[in-house]
Design a protein around this ligand. Structure first.
Ligand code: FUL
Length: 499
């Protein structure tokens, strides 16, 4: 599929059923100032907004690779090797829910083509395995567990299929549609469909031309609320699988640079550590990137990472599970940088999440919950230069926001705490239902009557978290140095990270 067609469908699909617009067209007569004004007014679609608010989502990579200790299978695996001794999807989902995840995504089919549900499209599935004498359905068990715990359910369906004899022919696109039909109509609500970028050769050495347009339209028809991620129009891959997003993260990007083909080529590696292709670079949506744009689109970043070195479970990695401190750092560098975190927690050969992973997740959740429980600025007195609705900054309601009067794009907001407090984390949230606008800000604190620099940043977006050495003060001020249009802030917070 040509990338220009994908971009066309990106724009078309983004536009369906939205009140405000999550894209805009640039005309050749638009000045640079007009392009920036347009960018500042682009807003997420309702499904993109709901997705962004999840903040934490989890991946379950599970399949034949779990039993072969491989990252990528071959497609030639005997389905009989899939035989978890004690599979309990309720345990998986409870572990995820307890750790704060709001949605999970299951690898219904990975690149090896083995299907975790008894599909009618191939025998290469749980149906041919020894597990539950071929009568089991992992997709159903996970979907039901998500309903029980009231968290979102998503599916990963790998376009690349190393097993299907049809791969590399037009009929594969039909087979893929049939697989989508099963997954999107037999298991209740599906909240996210995740298409991997990896696209290698099938069993006959052929590569496939994916019919993305047809797949997207089919998903919209069967599950209109589902976001389509990565090789899809709603959610963008941040560009690395390390868990670390960029400091400057714009959700509005030039549409003409969005080559899905390029994403696909760039992800032909088992574990990406560096941004590749057009996703490379510290800032992919800044003014210099927009000035030659043909169109603009809301295309927010998702940061995916595994809690272990690999995506699938291996016993040898039980001692290499990321520590709670590392997970915390990843949290600040993904959720705290205008992105949604997608963390993989791979079930083991028993079909259970391993103790080592649970311990790390629980401790991580304890630190996060303890830290963000008390906003030390909650009862502060607020004044701002040429600003309005200061109360909105601390009302705990994302929908209300502070902004500037007239056409001001800069401002200083001063917070006087009820009493002096010690803090080492600051939080800012822009109201993205108005648009993403802030380009540069700094935060200072009053120390013995003198303002001292605390931290600074560029973009804010849905959420920006900043860590610094603990300081004790009763006055803090946020300076917005530059913004694409009137800046907005929905919420502000100061916190002390707990031990
Ligand atoms: C990559 C895949 O190749 C990995 O195996 C994994 O599924 C990851 C989430 O995406 O592109």
């Amino acid at each position: 599929m040509k990338s220009s067609l994908i971009i066309g469908s990106l724009l078309m699909l983004c536009s369906s059923a939205i009140a405000q617009q999550n894209y805009d067209i640039i005309s050749s007569s638009d000045s640079e100032a007009e392009i920036i004004r347009k960018a500042a007014n682009i807003t997420p679609s309702p499904r993109q907004l709901n997705w962004q608010k999840l903040e934490l989502t989890a991946f379950f990579h599970f399949g034949v690779n779990t039993f072969t200790n491989r990252e990528w299978g071959t497609g030639k695996e005997d389905p009989k090797i899939f035989n978890p001794s004690n599979l309990d999807a309720i345990q998986w989902v409870k572990v995820a829910k307890d750790a704060g995840f709001k949605q999970i995504i299951l690898t219904a089919k990975h690149h090896d083509g083995f299907c975790l549900w008894p599909t009618r499209t191939t025998d290469h599935s749980v149906k041919s395995s020894l597990w539950k004498s071929g009568k089991g359905d992992v997709v159903k068990e996970v979907a039901d567990a998500c309903k029980k715990y009231e968290i979102g359910f998503g599916i990963y369906l790998s376009p690349w299929d190393m097993n299907s004899p049809l791969y590399g022919t037009n009929s594969y696109n039909d087979l893929f549609i049939d697989q989508l039909t099963e997954l999107l109509s037999l298991y209740g609500q599906v909240d996210e469909v995740w298409f991997d970028g990896a696209n290698g050769e099938g069993p006959n050495g052929k590569k496939q031309e994916y019919d993305f347009d047809r797949w997207y339209a089919h998903i919209r028809k069967l599950q209109p609320k589902a976001t389509i991620a990565i090789m899809g129009p709603d959610v963008r891959w941040v560009g690395t699988e390390t868990g670390y997003g960029r400091d400057t993260e714009w959700s509005v990007l030039p549409a003409n640079n969005l080559s899905q083909t390029k994403i696909s080529e760039d992800s032909q590696q088992e574990m990406n550590t560096k941004p590749t292709g057009f996703l490379k670079g510290a800032d992919i949506g800044g003014r210099d990137k927009l000035k030659n744009a043909k169109g603009l689109v809301w295309y927010p970043a998702e940061t995916d990472v595994s809690i272990r070195p690999g995506w699938f479970y291996r016993p040898s990695e039980d001692t290499k599970v990321k520590t709670p401190e590392k997970l915390l750092d990843i949290y600040y560098s993904s959720v705290g940088k205008n992105s949604v975190l997608l963390m993989n927690i791979p079930p083991d050969t028993r079909g259970l999440i391993n103790k080592s992973d649970i311990n790390s997740l629980n401790e991580w959740a304890r630190i996060r919950n303890g830290t963000f429980k008390t906003n030390l600025a909650a009862k502060a007195r607020v004044v701002s230069s040429n600003g309005k609705d200061e109360k909105a900054l601390l009302d705990g309601n994302y929908k209300t926001h502070w902004t500037t009067k007239g056409t001001d794009t800069t401002s200083v907001i001063e917070f006087t705490l009820q009493k002096s407090a010690t803090f080492d984390v600051a939080m800012l949230q822009e109201n993205i239902t108005i648009g993403q606008r802030i380009e540069k800000f700094s935060i200072e604190y009053l120390d013995n009557g003198k303002w001292k620099a605390l931290t600074e940043g560029t973009t804010v977006g849905y959420k920006r978290l900043l860590r610094f050495k603990p300081v004790t003060s009763e006055k803090v001020r946020v300076t917005i140095n530059s913004s694409r249009l009137n800046p907005t802030i929905s919420e502000f917070g100061l916190y002390k990270q707990i031990e």
